[in-house]
Design a protein around this ligand. Structure first.
Ligand SMILES: NC(=O)c1ccc[n+]([C@@H]2O[C@H](COP(=O)([O-])OP(=O)(O)OC[C@H]3O[C@@H](n4cnc5c(N)ncnc54)[C@H](OP(=O)(O)O)[C@@H]3O)[C@@H](O)[C@H]2O)c1
Length: 229
C-alpha cells in the first residue's frame, strides 16, 4: 500500500533577539533539524549577517534574517530570546502580529548584578508578565530557561532536559516536538504559573556553576521509563 498520509509542512520559527547567544544557538539547532528559521533583531542587517553565518555552517538550511517585527509577522511560532530588561519593549513592538500564534518565552528575570539570586518580578515570572501584557489570545509557553547557550552553540548532544510550562496542552506539545527535533527531551511541567519555578531555577544553576566551576549546569528528570540513561 502506498503511504497516503499528507505530511504537514514544518512551522516557520522566528527568533526575536536571535543574534544573541541563546537565540542563535536555537536557530542553528532548528535550522539543522530542517525548520525554516527567521532570525530577528532590532537591526535587520545584523540579523541578515547572523543568518548568513549559519547558512555557511549548515549548507542548504532555510534561514534568513529580518527586523523583529517582520520576523514575527512571517512566522507561525515566535521565540523570544532577549534580556529580561527588554522583554516587554520587544513584545510591545510585535504584539499586533501575535494573535492566534504560539509564543515561546525563554526569558529569565535575571537582574544584574545578583544573577545567582532568585529575583522574581511582581507578576510572579517573566512569562506571566508576558501573558498579562498579551492576554489569552496568544498561547504562551515558557521553556529553555535551564539550558545553557554554550551547549546550544556547541556541536555536541546536550545533556539537559527542558521543562515546558504553559496553559495549553497542545501548545506545550508543539514545543516538546521542537525540543525533540533537536535531540533533547521536553517535559510537561504544568501551567504557565509554574514558570515561577522553572525561571527561578536558572539562578540556582548559575550559583552551582560558580561554586563548582561548571560550564553550563543543567537538569535531568529521573524516574522516566523512556529514559535513555
Ligand atoms: N545565555 C544563556 O545561557 C541563557 C540560558 C537560558 C535562558 N536565557 C535567557 O534568554 C534570553 C536571552 O539571553 P542571551 O544570553 O541570548 O541574551 P543576549 O545575548 O544578551 O541578548 C540577546 C539579544 O537581545 C537583543 N537585545 C539586547 N539589548 C536589547 C534591547 N535594549 N532591546 C531589545 N533587544 C535587545 C539583542 O539583539 P539585537 O541587538 O540583534 O536586537 C541581543 O542579541 C534572556 O532572557 C536570558 O535570561 C539565557
Amino acid at each position: 500500500m502506498p503511504d497516503t498520509t499528507v505530511k504537514q509542512p514544518l512551522p516557520v520559527i522566528a527568533i526575536l533577539g536571535g543574534t544573541g547567544s541563546l537565540g542563535n544557538g536555537l536557530a542553528k539547532r532548528w535550522a539543522k533539524a530542517g525548520y525554516s528559521v527567521v532570525i530577528g533583531s532590532r537591526d535587520a542587517l545584523k540579523a541578515e549577517q547572523a543568518a548568513q553565518t549559519i547558512l555557511e555552517q549548515i549548507t542548504g538550511s532555510q534561514i534568513c534574517g529580518a527586523d523583529n517585527l517582520s520576523s514575527a509577522k512571517n512566522a507561525d511560532i515566535i521565540v523570544l530570546t532577549v534580556p529580561f530588561a527588554n522583554q516587554i519593549t520587544t513584545l510591545k513592538e510585535v504584539q499586533g502580529t501575535l494573535k492566534g500564534k504560539l509564543l515561546i518565552d525563554v526569558t529569565v528575570p535575571l537582574q544584574p548584578p545578583k544573577v545567582g539570586t532568585v529575583q522574581m518580578p511582581p507578576e510572579g515570572s517573566a512569562a506571566l508578565r508576558a501573558q498579562a501584557l498579551l492576554g489569552e489570545h496568544v498561547d504562551i509557553v515558557s521553556a529553555f530557561q535551564n539550558v545553557s547557550a554554550a551547549h546550544l552553540n556547541s556541536s555536541h548532544a546536550i545533556d539537559c532536559d527542558v521543562l515546558v510550562t504553559g496553559n495549553s496542552r497542545s501548545a506545550r506539545e508543539q514545543v516538546i516536538a521542537l525540543i525533540e527535533a533537536i535531540g533533547m527531551r521536553g517535559f510537561h511541567a504544568g501551567p504557565l504559573a509554574n514558570s515561577v519555578a522553572t525561571e527561578a531555577l536558572t539562578s540556582v544553576l548559575i550559583s552551582i556553576n560558580r561554586h563548582h566551576k561548571l560550564d553550563g549546569a543543567g537538569i535531568r528528570i529521573t524516574g522516566n521509563p523512556l529514559s535513555d540513561g
